[in-house]
Ligand binder design. Structure first.
Ligand code: NAD
Length: 492
């Protein structure tokens, strides 16, 4: 079944694809990454990668390009962003295939990612254009002797470090606002999934962006990410990834007092209130738990169900989860692909094992599908009776694993949901709009969906409470993350 996969432009494994783009030029780099196809466990591509010297070269190129780009008009920046959006549209099919082969997600999910990238570049093109009229604004002062204006300026060279779960999307959410603000950029894609970003870099190379404004260095976290986080000429770091690495990035950034934006992990809840539509609740639970094989910072991996619905809900959830078609990401109709690599596969299976030892009851899944002996495939997994102090309930699993608990009252549901060190998102299912809004207000989460799937709009903020985030992406907040504020006060 898996050999029906369409072949992308074959990448010669002995001749690595250039993985470093600095000052408008491609370089092979001093290191090499071998990428594995997660559906076949076979080598997929070989990509050149950089080291600390490469990072230094990239930051210097970005520094040299910064002053002219910072002075350019918002309209000029918008034109480049629109060119990038249309370049992504033109290569949409190839980008979808690259994401599926590198990450293991079904083509249908990869298509959503690519469309999100297009929408994000278009949205920030609009904000860049608006900057020409809005860059300076008056500030009211309680004095007739002085006049003040507030000016927003790009903050400088920025380092963008992204993970593998939504490679192009996490990149676009940083890159589009950074370029719109007038920053120059050094991007470090995940060493696991750099292929979509390499294609994006080719598109950017043809967008009219001046050389040096956008630079990309593939490589590992230690070889490339760490020196980028520590580089004294980087003014700001925008990082999406795990909490463990986010802490390290913040520590490194502290040495030169850089600004940081962090988008980290989650352990989010879906709350099914007593009056919920059961069918809808089950669909939303599956979407929140199994989309991208559960490898989502926003996975609603805790499902809280009102006591009176719990039995019926669990029975329907089990039936739906068992019916989910797991398989080759390139096969039409497949609903769930693979986990991204062996390390992630073993990590998630380890969580399942420990959950069983902790006394949680496995409702379904927990195993590789028998018909898929190779590839990092796992069945959608549901647990119940999960102890509230177990790792399964408290830690981010980052795989297709849902934990279901019931609650007796709205207050208990809110308390259970908020009892986490994370606070990224939440979902509420209820037929009563007032109750749903009341619960949404009480949840410690940066984004709450009511009776809705995890829809994301570039206009709405992304980010969370507590240890999930520092700052917000998307919307005007995503742009201001890359701006400095300057006040000019003049005596009259
Ligand atoms: P990760 O932290 O292992 O890696 C993220 C990036 O950091 C990669 O590019 C990696 O090479 C780099 N890196 C690793 N060590 C580094 C170091 N010492 N210094 C600098 N950079 C370093 O995360 P991952 O496994 O790629 O992604 C999964 C994690 O990302 C999950 O925890 C998930 O919750 C989180 N995530 C969060 C969001 C969000 O918006 N909050 C979105 C997507 C993913």
């Amino acid at each position: 079944m898996l050999n029906t996969q369409p072949t992308l432009n074959p990448v010669d494994l002995n001749e690595p694809r250039a993985g470093v783009y600095i000052d408008g030029q491609w370089q092979t780099g001093s290191e090499r990454l071998t990428l594995i196809n997660p559906a076949t466990e076979e080598p997929l591509a070989s990509v050149g990668a950089g080291d600390a010297d490469t990072v230094d070269q990239a930051v210097r190129a970005a520094s040299a390009a910064f002053p002219a780009w910072a002075r350019s008009s918002g309209a000029a920046r918008a034109a480049c962003l629109r060119k990038i959006a249309s370049g992504v549209s033109e290569r949409r099919e190839r980008l979808i295939q690259l994401q599926s082969s590198n990450n293991g997600k079904p083509l249908s999910e990869a298509a959503i990612d690519v469309d999100d990238v297009i929408a994000t570049f278009e949205y920030y093109a609009g904000l860049a254009e608006a900057l020409d009229a809005q860059q300076d604004g008056p500030v009211a002062l309680p004095s007739e002797d002085f006049a003040a204006r507030l000016r927003r300026e790009p903050c400088g060279v920025v380092g963008l470090i992204v993970p593998w779960n939504f490679p192009m999307v996490t990149t676009a959410w940083k890159l589009a606002p950074a370029l719109a603000a007038g920053c120059s950029v050094v991007l470090k894609p995940s060493e696991v999934t750099p292929l979509p970003e390499l294609e994006l870099a080719e598109i950017i190379a043809q967008s009219g962006l001046p050389a040096g404004v956008f630079n990309l260095v593939c490589g590992t976290g230690l070889a490339v990410g760490a020196p980028l986080a520590a580089h004294p000429r980087v003014a700001k770091l925008s990082f999406t990834g795990s909490n463990a690495v986010g802490v390290q990035v913040m520590q490194r950034a502290a040495e030169t007092v850089k600004g940081v934006s962090l988008e980290l992990g989650g352990k989010s809840s879906l709350l099914v209130l007593a009056d919920a539509d059961l069918e809808l609740a089950v669909e939303l639970a599956c979407g929140g738990g199994f989309f991208n094989a559960g490898q989502m910072c926003s996975a609603t991996s805790r499902v809280l169900v009102a006591d009176e619905l719990a039995e019926a809900f669990l029975a329907r959830l089990k039936a739906r989860a068992e019916a989910i078609r797991v398989g080759d990401p390139f096969e039409p109709g497949v609903e769930m692909g693979t986990l991204v690599n062996q390390a992630q596969y073993q990590r998630v299976r380890g969580h399942i094992e420990r959950g069983l030892h902790a006394g949680a009851r496995l409702v379904c899944g927990g195993e590789r599908p028998a018909e898929l002996p190779r590839g990092y495939f796992l069945r959608p997994t549901v647990f119940t009776d999960v102890p509230a102090d177990s790792a399964l309930w408290r830690e981010e699993i980052f795989g297709p694993v849902l934990c279901v608990r019931s609650f007796a009252s709205e207050a208990e549901a809110i308390e259970l949901a908020n009892d986490s060190e994370f606070g990224l998102v939440a979902s509420v299912v209820s037929r009563d709009p007032a109750a749903a809004e009341r619960v949404a207000n009480a949840l410690q989460a940066g984004l709450v969906w009511i009776n809705a799937p995890q829809v994301i709009f570039p206009q709405a903020a992304w980010g969370g409470y507590k240890q999930s985030s520092i700052g917000r992406e998307l919307g005007p907040w995503g742009l201001s993350a890359f701006q400095e504020i300057k006040h000019v006060i003049r005596a009259l």
